[in-house]
Write a protein that binds this ligand. Sequence first.
Ligand code: 4NP
Length: 147
Amino acid sequence: MVCLGNICRSPLAHGILEHKVQQQQLGWEVDSCGTGGWHAGEKPDMRSRAIAQDNGIDINAQRARKITADDIANFDLIFAMDASNYQDILHYCHTDEERAKVKMILNEVHPGMNGQVPDPYYGGPDGFKKVYDMLDEACDKIIEHYR
Ligand code: 4NP
């Protein structure tokens, strides 16, 4: 799961998918990172931690980190939150096979629409609730699609 800062959107996507994967005993490895490294080492934004906790998901142990080329090689699927993340991730890909791993996460819900998960960083708590609901639906679809 990849966003810009790895403190708001992708930690939620990471926590939500990991929770569903554990509940359904799928044994998938789930991780997240950012295309930017400004927040590396930090916990998720307190608003992301709060909305996760409201939904019974604990993301307090996560720490932000920046994407690496090894992430592209090591993971089977890479989900971008928005079109800017998607373009930035492609710079880390070396082959068509690697580029094919990179998906816009909301295309799991609305195929081919290239919908964006809005960056909630500068808004209020409503933005985090909206993002949570979008990602929850997308993670259900990911499991349906790839299990
Ligand atoms: P995220 O949100 O990409 O969902 O983690 C952001 C968090 C911080 C910044 C940008 C986006 N920032 O510029 O500090």
